[in-house]
Design a protein around this ligand. Structure first.
Ligand SMILES: [Zn+2]
Length: 456
């Protein structure tokens, strides 16, 4: 990519320390490597069967919890299984009766479902008794086939990345072909700098993925020796616009997918909900969405590596989660998905390369503010591509204006003291400890997923 010139690298603070002490600063981080798979029809059935088994165990456990809670209203000595160990004990006692076919799947499948339930129950009780931050968590609900994400996690047994870099081995399912090379992970495993903790299989539209949760020894520098601040605005027309004026366009295949997405979305709107045609269009839409997301992720990997290595501070906007749920416009959905992916990648890459990620306050009107004089426009609709300032007459591309405002924000923070920083922007650089918290592994989704193809 010709977009970011690479200035000569100066020696960072930590490298000095390394030279002095002779010991590199290594940290253990938890990282995920995700690969698309090419299963045979038989393996597809086995994968689906494992996900189904996880769901059955989850639902069975939840039913049991309800029954026991009910019984306890009359008999207070009744024990309600709440932890994974309790649930697993009950399951092993009941499985011959409720799932005589249990031996067809790895025992990890049932364990995975029960683990999900135990976490959901804990989330609910923690939330209820004020031990958990954020929005309140509801009581776990039954999982419905086709409505919930198909996934199953293996933590023990024959989990392997084969040395040919084209196959992986999973318990009971056997040797599966991967769609892409596993070399990034295989290399680390061979060197002994990585250890597989778990493997999660999941389905997206009709593609199967395996995600390895891996413990990795990584060098985390405190600084990358750069001194510049860069603001990034994620768009729909372009992949991203930087405050430096650089526009990174969408790669051609992504552009193509996005056009297709818009077309199917319009078709879907014309179908009667619930009809056969509607169902078909919905499936097609899901498939194209997955394809577009993969292409965008790959393109963003290149960009985020460049940003994290070539600037001291990267500023992005905060994702408006509640607004995201309310707005059903396709354009907004796509932009938000891009921003979420950008932030996810930057949050770990800035830690890897010694830069900082700053997230602007949600209420900071980065697109509505003039980046030259600070005048705020009352309303800016999504289709207005240019920003016109009524105060100083600036005419500028909408996304570039937003990116510049993000940088201005940081300059203001630097000039005024700490308070502004707290009010306006949040430093989200996670320390090595934050990165290595294995608690966040709940679903592969919440992890820092790294594709096998792009990225460092
Ligand atoms: Zn102005």
């Amino acid at each position: 990519m010709p977009l970011l010139s690479r200035p000569t690298r100066t020696v960072g603070r930590n490298e000095h320390r390394e030279l002095l002490t002779g010991t590199p600063l290594m940290s253990t981080v938890i990282q995920a490597y995700r690969f698309a798979m090419d299963p045979t029809p038989r393996q597809r059935r086995a994968l689906a069967s494992h996900c189904g088994a996880a769901r059955v165990a989850y639902n069975w456990g939840l039913q049991l919890v309800y029954e026991r809670l009910e019984q306890r209203t009359v008999d207070p000595t009744v024990q309600v299984p709440w932890t994974l160990a309790d649930l697993r004990r009950e399951w092993n006692r009941a499985k011959h009766r409720v799932a005589p076919w249990w031996a067809e799947n790895s025992k990890e499948a049932y364990s995975s479902g029960l683990d999900g339930l135990a976490r959901a129950l804990k989330g609910w009780s923690d939330s209820r008794y004020g031990r958990r931050k954020g929005r309140s968590v509801g009581f776990p609900r039954f999982k419905k086939k086709g409505r919930t994400r198909d996934a199953c996690r293996f933590t023990t047994g024959a989990i392997k990345v084969l040395p040919d870099r084209k196959h992986v081995r999973l318990p009971k399912v056997g040797v599966l072909k991967t769609h892409e090379s596993t070399r990034k992970l295989a290399r680390r495993l061979e060197q002994g700098s990585a250890r597989i903790l778990a493997a999660t299989i999941s389905r997206q539209a009709d593609r199967w993925f395996v995600s390895f949760t891996v413990e990795i020894e990584r060098h985390l520098p405190a600084s990358n020796g750069m001194g510049t601040v860069v603001g990034v605005d994620v768009g729909i027309k372009h992949l991203a616009v930087l405050s430096t004026g650089v526009v990174i366009s969408n790669p051609r295949p992504l552009e193509h997918r996005l056009r297709k997405l818009r077309r199917i979305d319009r078709q879907l709107a014309r179908c009667t909900p619930g009809s056969k045609r509607w169902e078909l269009a919905r499936r097609r839409l899901a498939r194209v969405h997955v394809g577009a997301a993969n292409l965008r992720r790959d393109a963003l990997h290149k960009l985020t590596t460049a940003l994290a290595t070539e600037h001291a501070v990267v500023v992005v906007e905060q994702l408006n989660v509640t607004g995201m749920l309310q707005n059903r416009r396709l354009a907004r959905t796509l932009a938000d998905a891009g921003l979420a992916e950008l932030r996810r990648q930057l949050s770990y890459k800035t830690a890897w390369y010694g830069s900082r990620l700053l997230v602007a306050d949600r209420f900071y009107p980065s697109s509505k503010t003039c980046s030259r004089c600070g005048w705020v426009k009352a309303k800016l609709s999504l289709n207005e591509r240019m920003f016109l300032c009524a105060s100083c007459g600036l005419v500028i591309d909408r996304d570039l204006n937003a990116a510049r405002n993000l940088v201005n924000l940081i300059d203001n923070v630097a000039r005024s003291g700490r308070e502004t920083q707290n009010a306006r922007a949040v430093d989200v650089r996670p320390g090595p400890a934050g990165l290595a918290t294995p608690k966040r592994e709940a679903g592969a989704e919440s992890l820092r997923i790294k594709t096998g193809t792009v990225g460092a």
